[in-house]
Ligand binder design. Structure first.
Ligand SMILES: Cc1cc2nc3c(=O)[nH]c(=O)nc-3n(C[C@H](O)[C@H](O)[C@H](O)COP(=O)(O)OP(=O)(O)OC[C@H]3O[C@@H](n4cnc5c(N)ncnc54)[C@H](O)[C@@H]3O)c2cc1C
Length: 356
């Protein structure tokens, strides 16, 4: 059996990793494996999410990260120092509380924290900047070694990864996938997997299948290194600002993204100004630090906030996209589901491409 996967982000590579022992797998990548948002994200990982499906995928993915690191002998620099969601107003805090009850009911370790407890957790935190929050399981993973590690694991298991190879056509005959064309060459395949992230709508069109995932652009930056003082990953759900500190002390943070009509990754001064104000309001000691670099990434989300995973009405054309803001958190489990769709013919109603 031949499987062609489009996209070498976390979804494409984890699908390839899980398929490698059962099929001949080729991964096509238009640029290079860190080009997509899997190489541009902030690495926040947590099961403190807002739906049963996402919580299950996140819990499973964290277990997978633990085991894949050993299997491929590559350190993903996964630091489980916790995840902190804070809110600036009662309405947002109420929303977090609803999520909290769902998370608790599913066995997630999470508890409510007041602003002064947060101040004790994060040195220099301004307790007046928030109304309260919830602290629980999770932490930060470094996305680059994750992708390098999966790449290594895939290659060791016989997967061919083709960088700088753009897919321009998905070949369909009689309602069935026959292969694809990339860099002008035809590749025969029994299955074509659309793991192209923010470009998945375009790829789907090539197969004649409608996909209307929301495309989101998100900006992020890195501040100069400081002696480590921020343990958890912090997300302020009221103004979208998030930050954490990397193992080498750099403060990495951004603002939750906004819907755009086309994937593009330009950076803006406007983002830096907003981020600086919001981050300094939360942790005043960040004032005056230099910005070392900034960038942007694009990702896609299923219209209802859940991933799109499953076979389409074109036989052999598989959607594996729409993972949204938590793609790094749920990517490894999503890759396993893609393998089960192909190898065992499984369907997942909540993620089905047919649900829209
Ligand atoms: C700034 C930012 C911060 C984020 N923070 C977090 C976070 O803290 N936690 C979290 O869990 N998630 C986070 N995310 C989201 C997460 O990064 C994404 O959901 C996830 O990386 C999506 O992975 P993917 O494999 O679907 O897509 P991608 O990683 O984007 O990979 C898709 C690949 O497809 C390739 N491609 C496209 N078209 C073609 C073609 N025609 N032919 C061949 N290849 C093609 C692209 O080049 C790309 O490499 C963040 C994202 C951004 C941008």
């Amino acid at each position: 059996m031949k499987i062609a996967i489009i996209g070498s982000g976390i979804v494409g590579l984890s699908a390839a990793y899980n398929l490698a022992n059962s099929a001949e797998v080729i991964v096509f990548e238009r640029r290079y494996p860190l080009y997509g948002s899997s190489g541009r994200n902030s690495g926040g990982i947590t099961p403190m999410l807002g739906s049963k499906e996402l919580i299950e995928l996140a819990k499973k993915s964290i277990r997978i990260y633990d085991s894949v690191q050993g299997e491929v002998n590559f350190n993903f620099l996964l630091r489980k120092d916790g995840y902190l969601k804070v809110a600036k107003n009662d309405a947002d805090l109420d929303e977090l509380e609803k999520e909290y009850h769902l998370q608790k009911s599913m066995g997630v370790k999470v508890r409510e924290v007041d602003p002064y407890e947060i101040k004790n957790m994060v040195q220099g935190f301004n307790p007046k900047s928030v109304e309260g929050g919830f602290f629980g399981e999770g932490g930060v993973i470094f996305p680059w070694p994750v992708i390098w590690g999966y790449e290594k694991g895939c290659k060791e298991r016989g997967v061919e990864i083709k960088p700088m190879t753009q897919v321009s056509e998905v070949v369909v005959e009689g309602g069935e996938v026959k292969g694809l064309k990339a860099n002008g060459e035809f590749y025969k395949a029994d299955f074509v997997v659309n793991a192209a992230g923010a470009w998945s709508n375009e790829i789907s069109k090539l197969a004649g299948v409608e996909l209307n995932n929301t495309i989101i652009k998100e900006e992020i930056c890195v501040l100069e290194s400081l002696k480590p003082f921020i343990d958890p990953y912090i997300l302020n759900v009221s103004n979208g600002v998030y930050l954490s500190q990397s193992a080498r002390g750099e403060v990495v943070g951004g603002i939750l993204g906004k819907e755009v009509s086309n994937p593009e990754t330009s950076s803006s001064l406007d983002f830096l100004i907003k981020y600086a104000k919001r981050a300094v309001e939360m942790i005043p000691s960040l004032k005056g630090l230099s910005v070392l670099r900034q960038w942007a990434g694009v990702y896609d989300s299923g219209k209802d906030g859940l991933p799109v995973i499953g076979e389409t009405n074109v036989k052999g054309f598989i959607q594996a996209n729409g993972l949204g803001k938590y793609g790094m958190t749920i990517g490894p489990a999503a890759g396993e589901l893609v393998a089960e769709v192909i190898l065992k013919g499984k369907t997942y109603d909540k993620f089905s491409p047919e649900r829209f």
